[in-house]
Design a protein around this ligand. Structure first.
Ligand SMILES: CC(C)(COP(=O)(O)OP(=O)(O)OC[C@H]1O[C@@H](n2cnc3c(N)ncnc32)[C@H](O)[C@@H]1OP(=O)(O)O)[C@@H](O)C(=O)NCCC(=O)NCCS
Length: 168
């Protein structure tokens, strides 16, 4: 499972912690699959069997966060797993294009990190394409740092970075 991301240049950045009105966070539901799969296809260029979302959600329901609009339509999500004791790994994280740079990614990441702390996790890891400057900048703001270069990690041959942050 790779955390794949596009490498499109990001927009001009204006830091903002203001929550987007009408957008709320909740847990993953079976009816979210078509929406999540569409975000994954567009943002991460991947196509997974729907059963994957169900099985990963069942392993750690609180690690699968979905942001929804006022009609309860998913517009972003963060899917984390626990494969190493006391350590979380972010497998997928994406915000649908029209909803980016509104602080929704910030809300998802902040909430996810708090859930990791609540479970006593000590570290969070993730993988990102070396070309994905937008995501790398985002993660760096969240105190992730590069811990490894993953040569040829992605199916098209691109290198990845493994990034990690401790959880105090
Ligand atoms: C990476 C990603 C998840 C970030 O989500 P997002 O919702 O855009 O994130 P935020 O809005 O919280 O923050 C993004 C930037 O916009 C800025 N921003 C926040 N609110 C803003 C606003 N109202 N106006 C302008 N900029 C704003 C933030 O300061 C932040 O800057 P930073 O990256 O330098 O910290 C999103 O770009 C994405 O889905 N990318 C494609 C998929 C991807 O790369 N996933 C990661 C795979 S490893």
């Amino acid at each position: 499972m790779r955390c794949i991301a596009d490498s499109a240049p990001g927009p001009a950045l204006v830091p903002s912690d203001l929550p987007d009105p009408g957008v709320s966070l909740r847990g993953f539901r079976a009816t979210d699959v078509p929406f999540v799969a569409a975000i994954v296809a567009d943002a991460l260029h991947e196509h997974y069997d729907p059963s994957l979302y169900h099985s990963l959600s069942a392993e750690w329901p609180d690690g699968f966060l979905v942001a929804v609009d006022p009609r309860d339509i998913p517009l972003a999500f963060l899917l984390g797993v626990c494969q190493v004791p006391r350590e979380a790994r972010i497998l997928m994280f994406a915000v649908d294009r029209p909803w980016r740079t509104r602080g929704i990614g910030h809300r998802l990441m902040s909430t996810f990190l708090q859930r990791c702390r609540d479970r006593g996790y000590r570290r969070v890891t993730l993988e990102v394409r070396v070309s994905n400057a937008t995501a790398i900048r985002f993660y760096t703001r969240f105190e992730y740092s590069v811990v490894d270069l993953l040569r040829g990690y992605y199916s098209d041959g691109e290198n990845g970075y493994q990034m990690a942050r401790p959880l105090p």
